[in-house]
Design a protein around this ligand. Structure first.
Ligand SMILES: [Zn+2]
Length: 306
């Protein structure tokens, strides 16, 4: 198909039929509409009563997605400048507990140009890692491999078999129209004790509260917050421990976008306060503050909780 003039509305011609089951977990229980994505033709986002994730009721077809993600004009949702990318990498590195001289295999799904992987390599070296680091970066338009950074496409990803020590899925799962297949493959590639880091948009509460705020449809077909991530291991039937479930870091930079960064920081602050202090102190489950725009989790797989 030729590139549509507008990418924010998917025409009827390029919309798939409504899902019969939850596109995240496969549940056939009725989903509840939570946000309107486009009016004509009408597409809404609905929440699943089982996995608690939110997904568009209808997905764009492959032809629309190919045009939308044409590298000629598409800019990834990954952190766009160095400072937040470095913050994110330092943050992930702080959860890696392997011995300083052991080798680490790291899978960066949807890693774009590898900037998060490169920042993670630097963060691990600064923390004293002397072992071999080996990064496999998956993207639909893979860059050229160099040094310890090996770039592959999505087809090659499904052919991977050897386990990884760290699996990154930063700002990518919200795009997946084959969510269960990809997530099952990612989980199958996480070796014993592997870290699994994911960061996803959680924008539906912002759209419901603030007129004018829009979920980034059709780039994002899912919206995944704490209710989804806190039961993710049970939903996908894997053993593991939830080491962190909290608002994601602010994506913008004070020097480049001061107003946006100030608003994002102010909105996320109560969420950080709640997850870091209130919930552990008062011992409740669920979350009261939802207006954070994004969520992140660190899971340690193959270990029992507690
Ligand atoms: Zn579901």
């Amino acid at each position: 198909m030729s590139a549509p003039a507008r990418f924010d509305v998917v025409p009827e011609l390029h919309l798939l039929p409504a899902h019969a089951r939850c596109p995240l977990c496969g549940s056939d229980r009725p989903r509840t509409e939570v946000a309107l994505l486009q009016e004509d033709p009408r597409v809404a986002m609905s929440a699943c009563p089982d996995c608690r994730g939110m997904s568009a009721d209808r997905f764009p077809d492959d032809a629309f997605l190919r045009a939308l993600y044409d590298p000629a004009h598409y800019a990834s949702d990954l952190l766009q400048n160095a400072r937040p990318t470095e913050r994110c990498a330092r943050h992930v590195a702080s959860f890696v507990e392997a011995a300083a001289d052991c080798d680490l295999r790291i899978l960066d799904y949807g890693g774009s140009d590898g900037s998060l992987s490169q920042a993670l390599a630097e963060a691990l070296r600064r923390r004293g890692y002397r072992g071999r680091l080996e990064f496999t970066i998956v993207d639909f338009a893979p860059a050229k491999s160099h040094d310890e950074f090996h770039f592959i496409d999505v087809d090659a990803f499904y052919g991977l078999e050897d386990p990884f020590d760290v699996v990154l899925a930063s700002a990518v799962l919200e795009h997946l129209t084959e969510f269960p297949r990809t997530v099952q493959k990612l989980l199958s590639l996480a070796g014993p004790g592997a870290l699994f880091y994911a960061r996803t948009p959680y924008e539906v509460p912002l759209q419901r509260r603030f007129p004018g705020y829009r979920v980034r449809w059709p780039r994002h077909v899912h919206d995944l917050g704490p209710a989804f991530w806190d039961r993710f291991l049970a939903t996908f039937g894997v053993a593991g421990r939830l080491r962190r479930s909290a608002p994601s870091i602010v994506e913008s930079d004070w020097r480049q976008k001061p107003v946006r960064t100030a608003i994002a920081t102010a909105l996320k602050a109560p969420g950080h306060l709640e997850t870091a202090w209130l919930k552990p102190a008062l011992g409740y489950s669920g979350n009261a503050w939802h207006w954070v725009g994004g969520w992140e989790v660190v899971l340690q797989l193959g270990v029992s909780d507690g």
